[in-house]
Design a protein around this ligand. Structure first.
Ligand code: AMP
Length: 188
């Protein structure tokens, strides 16, 4: 079983690239953001807790997303591998993921990191707000909270994975096709 992580700030293009990668490399795409939005739409207890945090641009508690990931791994034993999009987002999540995989005799195979500037994050999220009607894209305070959460809690993962030697950077400010071509080179 392969385990790949698509890493990067909000608006880096993870969702778009994850769909292309999953299709072309026969991987199951797991987006914790999408799973959480589904819980909110279905009005579950978990969704109700997550809603306010997400809509204010904050991260949801680690245990919540870890539980969702664990559940999805268990439900899909038939696939060749998983592509994690938007998870892990904290060191605690990364450590828990390593622990879960170690228990199965597996490990994270590669971390593909999309690099974009804060100013581009802002432009892209503002544009997406018009196309996708996401409440967490809706105003600049929320977008700034998400950028801050990325720098404070998620960015430290770069060193975490760099130290493990499985971290690869891809310039995210290119066309969708160009970014995908760079990703393919790393995965083939
Ligand atoms: P995304 O669709 O990946 O941009 O995620 C949307 C929102 O869901 C994030 O801004 C967080 O509030 C929440 N979220 C998604 N994944 C995680 C995670 N791994 N840890 C904590 N919060 C998350």
């Amino acid at each position: 079983m392969k385990y790949y992580i698509l890493f990067g700030p909000p608006g880096a293009g993870k969702g778009t690239q994850a769909k292309l990668i999953a299709e072309n490399f026969n991987l199951m795409h797991i987006s914790t953001g999408e799973l959480l939005r589904k819980e909110i739409a279905e009005g579950t207890e978990l969704g109700m807790v997550a809603k306010h945090l997400i809509e204010d641009g904050h991260l949801v508690p680690d245990e919540m997303v870890i539980g969702m990931i664990q559940h999805t791994f268990e439900q899909h034993k038939e696939v060749d591998g998983f592509l994690l999009d938007g998870f892990p987002r904290t060191i605690a999540q990364a450590e828990k993921l390593d622990e879960m995989l170690m228990q199965k005799g597996e490990q994270v195979n590669k971390v593909l990191s999309l690099i974009i500037k804060d100013s581009t994050i802002f432009e892209r999220i503002s544009l997406r707000a018009k196309l996708e009607d996401r409440k967490d894209d809706a105003n600049s305070t929320i977008i700034l909270n998400r950028i801050e959460a990325y720098h404070k809690k998620t960015e430290p993962l770069i060193d975490y994975y760099r130290n493990k030697g499985n971290y690869f950077e891809i310039q995210g400010e290119q066309s969708i096709e160009e970014v995908f071509a760079c990703i393919c080179k790393e995965l083939e």
